[in-house]
Design a binder for this molecule. Structure first.
Ligand code: UT7
Length: 378
């Protein structure tokens, strides 16, 4: 699509979190840990786990359809679908291609973005560039993860942290005031192996030995990641606010990546920014990687934390180490959130492959499925 340079604004938002709940009391039964340790070190009380019939593409499609409904659009109005994820259903095809089919879009280009927990913010920035250049008018940007299937449920240093979910926005062309005001993205390869998934790629293809060594699960140097996260989140935030021509005092709400309450509090302290103006839901979902910021945004708007005219900062960091921040002025009517209420998992079907389906649910959590099938949510 040819055209002049456009501004962009968020016109739709939506999220999906699976219904299975894994609590800290459950974690105590799986690894040597304690609710008190998890809450005081991370702020996490529970996380959601994708069900047997759910995948990254299926959850992404529900969140995406919700965002399209909130925007008052039809699936075919979307020109480009971007899915930030590190847990796509397959290395190929992309999750975005499966999402395109599942939401019933016939015309969009579709691709995944590999920026780990910054995947949604990187996707937002990419969508903005597509729209600003005239190559797209409406872009569906999704962050979606099924981390439970890449988690080593015997490693207490990581398994208490992560959860599954999806979140989405529609970013649309706009020549009106407000909308996207400032964008900053960084990548610091010095921390490339602080969080990584060693095997299954071209450098360490899957073998019996890699399986035996549990190298297909996420590994993390927690405290190194923590320190670098606080530093880069702060500097990325400041630059995205400055690019917008604003100061910190102008920001009404910060919506940070929900990795750990101590990281969020340290960020607020380092910026001298009040926690009362920082959105937190890490207690209920844990770290959902690329899904974290759009899930928090949809909850913040749906729960009345965002008003038209508010200045919002979205900021994330993740493996790479990547970091990204967006400053925007909110223009949409928060009441449009209600348009997503009628949409649920039964509205999407992910195109199946031609091999016999397998049960992808983590064997270490099989008891969680049984518990929910007996009618007990937690
Ligand atoms: O999206 C980005 C993803 N990554 C992150 O955001 C992670 C950033 N890092 C963190 O959130 C924190 O580093 C953790 C929550 C992972 C760990 O907290 P920490 O305060 O940095 O603890 P630590 O790693 O320094 O470990 C302190 C102690 C160790 O015991 P010793 O060696 O002092 O005896 C650990 O073995 O805590 C122990 N420990 C645990 N104890 C109970 C580690 N995990 C657990 C656990 N329960 N789950």
């Amino acid at each position: 699509m040819a055209g002049s340079v456009h501004g962009t604004r968020v016109t739709g938002w939506g999220a999906y979190a699976p219904s299975l709940v894994l609590t800290n009391a459950d974690m105590e039964k799986m690894v040597e840990t304690a609710d008190e340790w998890i809450v005081s070190r991370t702020g996490i009380r529970e996380r959601r786990i994708a069900g047997r019939d759910e995948t990254t593409a299926s959850m992404a499609a529900v969140a995406g359809l919700r965002a399209i409904a909130v925007a008052g659009l039809q699936p075919d109005d979307i020109d480009l679908i971007l899915v930030g994820t590190l847990t796509a259903d397959y290395p190929m095809p992309s999750a975005a291609a499966l999402v395109k089919d599942a939401i019933g879009n016939k015309r969009a280009a579709a691709m995944d973005l590999a920026a780990a927990c910054s995947g949604f913010v990187y996707g937002y920035a990419t969508a903005h560039a597509y729209i600003a250049s005239g190559m797209a008018r409406h872009v569906l940007v999704i962050g979606a993860e099924t981390l439970s299937r890449y988690t080593d449920w015997t490693d207490r240093g990581t398994c208490i942290l992560f959860g599954d979910a999806a979140g989405a926005i529609v970013l649309s062309a706009s020549d009106g005031p407000g909308g996207t005001l400032g964008i900053e993205m960084t990548t610091e390869p010095a921390g490339a192996y602080f969080i990584w998934l060693p095997a299954g790629g071209a450098a360490r293809p899957a073998t019996g030995a890699t399986l035996e060594a549990r190298e297909h699960y996420m590994k993390m140097k927690g405290s190194e990641t923590f320190k670098m996260a606080v530093r880069t989140l702060g500097s990325t935030s400041v630059r995205a606010i400055e690019t917008a021509g604003l100061g910190l005092a102008d920001i009404d709400l910060v919506i940070p990546h929900q990795a750990n309450i101590r990281i969020i509090e340290a960020l607020a302290r380092s910026l001298d920014f009040p926690m009362a103006r920082v959105f937190v839901n890490v207690d209920r979902y844990g770290n959902t990687s690329a899904a974290s910021v759009p899930l928090a945004l949809a909850e913040a708007v749906g729960s009345g934390r965002v008003k038209q005219g508010d200045h919002i900062l979205l900021v994330a960091f993740g493996a790479g180490l990547t970091s990204g921040a967006i400053t925007l002025q909110w223009t949409a009517d928060p009441a449009a959130s209600d348009r997503a209420n009628a949409i649920g998992p039964s509205d999407v079907t992910v195109l199946p492959g031609y091999l016999e389906p397998v049960n992808p649910f983590p064997p270490a959590l099989a008891w969680l499925l049984e518990r929910s099938e007996q009618g007990s949510p937690r």
